[in-house]
Design a protein around this ligand. Structure first.
Ligand code: GRF
Length: 188
């Protein structure tokens, strides 16, 4: 059985591209949804022949915006949702509608440095190792059960940009592996 995946993005979409290009066994990227119509990731998705949809969040109440996304996900018979740089917190309405079928990628070794600017937080704390985490989404901020992580050494002289770039390389390996491992468990 093929698992129908929806990827939610807000911007660049490089993790979405990594997921699409990985051709994960028994999975199909059924739709890429952005909450910004001008997200560069939508262009990359279309170039790959993926179905895309912008559900603009600007000027709308959270409930109304989320209800529209959830109804599209239902129409599309989505089994698994991958957040990939989706910059809006999901409400309990959304999270509870899909249970443990929403995944997120975060650029730190959670539970350290949840929330925004994780790479900056890591540098400011002076950690020597950071990395990235794929986790299930629950009703806490970046606090759901961890699926997989990759570590990245913090180097002398690292800036937010250099550290973020090295973490991002690892994100692109980690996310497809983590999704494949979740699917393997679903299909057991
Ligand atoms: C990534 O660093 C991801 O971990 C974080 O937001 C960034 C999104 O980058 N949640 P991209 O849009 O996938 O290129």
């Amino acid at each position: 059985m093929t698992t129908r995946i929806a990827i939610l993005i807000s911007g660049r979409g490089s993790n979405m591209v990594a997921l699409a290009d990985a051709n994960i066994p028994n999975a199909e990227i059924a739709i890429v949804i952005s909450d910004h119509a001008d997200a560069p990731g939508l262009v990359s998705a279309r170039e790959r022949g993926l179905k895309t949809l912008a559900i603009e969040r600007r000027g709308r109440k959270r409930e109304e915006h989320e209800q529209e996304i959830v109804s599209v996900l239902r129409e599309e018979r989505i089994d698994l949702i991958c957040l990939a740089g989706y910059m809006r917190l999901l409400s309990p309405f959304f999270v509870d509608a899909f249970g443990l079928r929403i995944l997120n990628i975060h650029p730190s070794l959670l539970p350290s440095f949840p929330g925004l600017d994780a790479q900056r937080q890591a540098l400011e704390h002076g950690v020597k190792v950071s990395g990235c985490t794929v986790h299930f989404v629950d009703n806490t901020l970046d606090g759901g059960p961890i699926i997989a992580q990759r570590a990245v050494r913090v180097l002398e002289g690292d800036t937010v940009e250099t550290l973020s770039a090295r973490i991002l390389e690892q994100e692109h390996i980690l996310y497809p592996e983590a999704v494949a491992s979740v699917l393997a468990r679903l299909h057991e």
